[in-house]
Structures are given as C-alpha cells and as structure tokens.
Design a binder for this molecule. Structure first.
Ligand code: ATP
Length: 236
C-alpha cells in the first residue's frame, strides 16, 4: 500500500504554503517530517485529514486492489494536544470505541489486551480521562488506532512533551505497529527523527523532499539538514 500525494497546492491569501507538492509514502515505514516553523507541516496534515480542502491536487491510497482518494476514516491523526472525551473513564472509552469498530477488531482482542500493550496500569484504566496525563492520553489515542487500524497515521509532534520513559514506550509501540501503516511523524527534534524514523522528509518552499540515506549516514548530516532548512528562509 502507498499514500500518493499528487500536486497538492494550498495557499492562504497571498501565501502559498503547499506548492504543487507530490510525494509517495510507503506502507511499513515511519517518515519523519521536518520543516521550519510555518513551513506548512500542520497544513499538510490538515489537507490529508480533510480538516481543510487543498486548492488543487489530491491524496490517493494505492494497493493491490487499485487506487482511490484517501478517505477521512483511513487517517488516524494524533494531535499535539490529544482530544478525548474527558467525562469517560479510559476503560469506558476503549469499550465504546471497540463497539463502534467491532468489524475491524482483531479476533480475541479485549480492552485489557490493548491497555496491556500500551502499558496503562489497571487502576488507571478505571479513572476519568480528565485526570490522565498527556502521555496517557497519547497512549489512549494509540489504542484507537490499534482498534480501527487506519492505513495512514499522522502524528503532530506527539513525543515532545512526554517524559523519557513514556516517549520510549510510544516509540516501541510505533515500531510494533509500523508494518501495517504509513506513519508520518512531524517533529522539530532532529535526534528523534533520525532515531525513530526510517526516512526523513523535509518540507520547504512548499514541497517535500526525501533525504537520501547516504546523507543520513554522513557525520555532518545535522549541519546539512540545518542548511537545507535555512535555505527556505533565504527564499522567503
Ligand atoms: N487557517 C489559516 N489561515 C491563514 N493562514 C494560515 C492558516 N493556517 C496556517 N496558516 C499559515 O500557513 C503557514 C504554515 O502554517 P503551518 O501551521 O502549517 O506550519 P507548521 O510547519 O505546522 O509550523 P509549526 O512548526 O510552527 O507548527 C503559516 O504561515 C501560517 O501562518
């Protein structure tokens, strides 16, 4: 399965944010999306998830069965601030989510299976989501994706505010899930991108370009990425 962006264009007034942006993301890989503040990472995610309409172009899912325009329910979006129903307990929410996705669930999986996988303690499962930490909310969102299994998962700077232990658990979780999904992960932390991601993609001047693996291995990789990102400023 592949996610293909075809000539996606998005402007806000005079400002062109995505400029004829084309790219192919492949299933099984975690992509680190890097870009300066205001480069258009969130705009790209919003176009993919149907939050906003691109002015031109589209995103297609291509697999053995053919190709079709990416549908909103084929996207899982982890916002930097997780949005969840605060008035439910974690357990109530997961059971509810399993119920509305009962056709997609792996046979035999129970709510406990999922909580165990993301390492949320049994006593926390019965607490209101309102009292959950940011990391626990992120884990709940990951449970949603394990249940509904959208082909494309977008993560908007999800690990930045997590403590090192939870960030490591989340990384392990993403690694475990990656083979069935296209995972795109926006971050400002270069180290995290190189550490977790299979490919690094830079968004600059409204376009996506993949960094080749030779460059990733070179010792002045960080300097080269910074130069690439700085170039955008020169063109503004
Ligand atoms: N709804 C909107 N109306 C007008 N301009 C917008 C809108 N959304 C985004 N922009 C502009 O588009 C540009 C790209 O913003 P976007 O939030 O996509 O960047 P980003 O790469 O996610 O930035 P950051 O790393 O700071 O989160 C910015 O100049 C922003 O001001």
């Amino acid at each position: 399965m592949e996610l293909r962006l075809n000539h996606v264009k998005k402007s806000f007034g005079d400002k062109t944010v995505l400029d004829d942006c084309s790219f192919v993301f492949q299933q099984g890989k975690i992509y680190g999306l890097l870009g300066r503040n205001g480069a258009g990472k969130t705009t790209l995610f919003n176009c993919l998830s149907d939050e906003i309409q691109p002015d031109m172009g589209n995103a297609l899912i291509c697999d053995d069965e053919g190709e079709h325009v990416l549908l909103p329910d084929e996207i899982g979006y982890v916002f930097s601030v997780p949005v969840l129903p605060d008035f439910l307990t974690g357990e109530e929410f997961v059971r509810f989510f399993m119920d509305i996705n009962r056709d997609r669930i792996e046979t035999g999986a129970s709510a406990e299976t999922y909580f165990d996988l993301v390492q949320i303690d049994p006593e926390d499962r019965r607490k209101l989501i309102k009292g959950y930490s940011h990391g626990m909310k992120n884990k709940l969102q990951m449970i949603c994706f394990m249940i509904s299994r959208p082909p494309v998962i977008l993560l908007d700077e999800p690990l930045t505010s997590l403590d090192v232990v939870v960030a490591l658990e989340m990384k392990q979780l993403l690694r475990r899930m990656q083979k069935n999904h296209v995972i795109i992960f926006s971050t400002h932390i270069l180290q995290l991108a190189t550490d977790l991601c299979d490919e690094i993609v830079v968004l600059s001047e409204g376009r996506l370009r993949q960094i080749d693996h030779e460059m990733l291995k070179s010792k002045d990789f960080e300097e080269q990425i910074i130069e690439l990102l700085k170039d955008e400023e020169k063109h503004e």
